[in-house]
Write a protein that binds this ligand. Structure first.
Ligand code: NAP
Length: 243
């Protein structure tokens, strides 16, 4: 088959990119998307970890490839966007999953501000930067989805003390979700925030009640919404959460 034929086959599948996907919920999201016949670009900040992750979940039926993406590095975001543009010319699904610092060890009153800055850079500015970088490609899709993996810790209505860097970063990520969804209404791009629940990962710890499969399913729901599905919402398991 000539290269045009190969390109045609490539473009028949929806193209998905997932950040922070070398482990945890992100890795499982890639596995589940691949089962749903997406062509998946698994990204991680560390190249070796990312390639090892692809090898873990690649099967003879899946099409998963790796590209480096550190959400705190604008050049890395630009390089990943250029790769998607050259390879596919569009992006159908962006899942902003990468996050750090579930800071159970501190309070707002005594928070280490360097930790707060790192959390904001990764959990808030990271997804925002990635959305900006990939928007031209998402617009080429005609029917794209952005899913910002958030947390009920970012829900203002239920917010108490503790986990200050993480909670504030996710509340602000929810705000960016509302802004982008409003600005992109009518463009065919649906933008939602999703909480995966409390999940057994390095971040969630071993006491969490949910498996990565359950956490990822909550995210996949928003990734596979129909064209008339909701935008600008906050969900877990397909049900609305209070902001
Ligand atoms: P995790 O196991 O700690 O994985 C986090 C992932 O983010 C890792 O792959 C990590 O890469 C990556 N990452 C960190 N900084 C990055 C950067 N600058 N650029 C690119 N990737 C980066 O966490 P998880 O539990 O799977 O969480 C996934 C998402 O679910 C997060 O948004 C989290 O806030 C959310 N969430 C989780 C829970 C839970 O109970 N687990 C609950 C609510 C929400 P490295 O391996 O290089 O560090």
């Amino acid at each position: 088959m000539n290269s045009d034929g190969i390109d045609m086959i490539k473009s028949e599948k929806s193209i998905a990119l997932v950040t922070g996907a070398n482990r945890g919920i992100g890795l499982e999201i890639c596995r589940q998307l691949s089962e749903k016949q997406f062509r998946v670009v698994l990204t991680s900040r560390n190249e070796q970890k990312g390639r090892e992750a692809v090898n873990k979940i690649q099967t003879c039926h899946s099409s998963i490839e790796f590209h480096q993406l550190d959400v705190t590095d604008p050049d890395s975001v630009s390089r990943a966007a250029r790769f998607i543009e050259q390879e596919f010319g569009r992006l159908d699904l962006l899942i902003n999953n990468a996050a750090i610092h579930y800071d159970t060890w501190q309070q707002a009153a005594n928070a280490d501000m360097a930790t707060v800055e790192e959390a904001l850079d990764t959990n808030l500015l990271g997804p925002w930067r990635v959305c900006r970088g990939f928007l031209p490609l998402l617009k080429e899709s005609g029917s794209a989805r952005i899913v910002n993996v958030s947390s009920e810790s970012g829900s203002l209505s239920g917010m108490g003390g503790g986990t200050p860097a993480y909670g504030v970063s996710k509340a602000a990520l929810n705000a960016v979700t509302i802004k982008l969804a409003a600005e992109l209404r009518g463009s065919g791009i649906l933008v939602n925030a999703v909480c995966p629940g409390w999940v057994r990962t390095e971040m969630g710890g071993s006491a969490a009640p949910r498996s990565v499969a359950q956490g990822a399913q909550s995210v996949i729901w928003a990734a596979t919404l129909p064209d008339d599905g909701p935008t600008g919402g906050f969900f877990r398991d397909g049900k609305r959460l209070p902001w």
